[in-house]
Design a protein around this ligand. Structure first.
Ligand code: TYM
Length: 327
């Protein structure tokens, strides 16, 4: 049976991009193999964050995972920080990843370029080391992610080759799993930019009320012309809305284009808003119920027990291979 692993970092507010890129897909994954799903709270520390915000965001993500249809009896859901093997693995792996390759990571370049050079933390630089450890600790075969995380999974693959070449078969080779459609949902106000948790303009947040969601979609930037056609280069706004619609309805882009043949932009946007609300409204209701009844608490406790057990096995394997003595 294959093993599937993914995580979401509890910084900022989760967006429709996170939902389409990963959350929505997890329900199917849980029937395809053994799933380890976690809240990447140690990763959230790589940029300054208020303790109360980190707390609240972590609970929210646990509730969002469950609201997305993850069944605690089928999967292991846990907080990264409650499994100390993640930190230990990162300390080991940091010696096998090099400063040159880490400084070429797009996410690091993007984030650090907006910061004062003297306040860029070591953790931000070493972010992919921690992430590689997350993946390798569970012998993951598949890692469902959106497009922006593929580079980190590729780096993990390089690391596996490097370590296995030197020490024999230690780690399993993971691969990123992303959908061609929906791996990169763009901002509604600037479709040349990714929809991201830290960009409040043009983002649909999973906690936005229905009225706000409709308003944001109705005022999404569109393109010149009047045809509803997928053309990323010349019609990035319309292409993004078509992608969102196709993902909500579980249809292909071609099918979505056919639906809107002859539609005007305004009517098209209304249908996109309807489709998003139809799916997100019941999702939000489940989220509220899970949060109010604290249904996540026991799930996270049980998840930590299972994740600790599995990750210790792999941690012991690498320790032995590299020559660390067991007392
Ligand atoms: P994070 O928290 O930034 O994002 C969570 C997931 O959402 C995807 N995503 C998107 N997908 C489509 N369109 C978008 N606009 C969009 N924005 C975000 C991301 O690609 C991601 O899959 N480093 C990770 C968390 C992590 C992790 C891991 C993931 C830590 N360890 C191990 C997989 C395996 C992150 O910050 O994702």
């Amino acid at each position: 049976m294959k093993t599937i692993l993914t995580g979401i970092k509890p910084t900022g507010k989760l967006t429709l991009g996170n939902y389409i890129g990963v959350l929505k897909r997890l329900k199917d994954f849980q029937n395809q193999g053994e799933c380890y799903i976690f809240i990447a709270d140690l990763h959230a520390l790589t940029l300054p964050i208020e303790p109360s915000e980190l707390n609240e965001n972590s609970i929210d993500i646990a509730c969002f995972y469950l609201a997305a249809g993850l069944d605690p009896n089928k999967i292991t859901l846990f907080l990264q920080s409650s499994v100390s093997a993640h930190a230990e693995m990162a300390i080991i792996l940091q010696n096998y990843l090099y400063m040159g390759e880490l400084s070429r990571m797009t996410q690091f370049k993007d984030k650090s370029s907006k910061m004062n050079k003297n306040s860029i933390g070591l953790g931000l630089f070493a972010y992919p080391v921690l992430m590689a450890g997350d993946i390798l600790l569970y012998d993951a075969d598949e890692v469902p992610v959106g497009e922006d995380q593929i580079q980190h999974v590729e780096l993990t693959r390089d690391l596996v080759k490097r370590i296995n070449n030197r020490y024999g078969d230690v780690f399993k080779m993971p691969s990123a799993k992303f959908n061609k459609v929906g791996a990169r949902i763009m901002s509604l106000s600037d479709p040349s930019k990714k929809m991201s948790k830290s960009d409040p303009k043009g983002d649909i947040f999973l906690k936005d009320d229905v009225k706000t969601i409709r308003k944001k979609i109705m005022s999404a930037v569109t393109d010149s012309g009047c045809e509803i056609k997928y053309d990323e280069e010349n019609k990035p706004g319309i292409s993004n809305l078509l992608t969102i619609y196709a993902c909500m309805k579980n249809i292909s882009i071609e099918e979505a284009e056919k639906v809107f043949n002859g539609y005007r932009y305004g009517d098209f946007k209304k249908c996109v808003a309807d489709a998003v609300i139809e799916e997100i409204e019941p999702f939000q209701q489940r989220y509220i119920e899970i949060k109010e009844n604290k249904l996540y608490e026991d799930v996270l406790r049980q998840g930590a027990l299972k994740a600790n057990k599995k990750s210790q096995e792999v941690l012991n394997r690498i320790k032995e291979k590299i020559g660390l003595l067991k007392a």
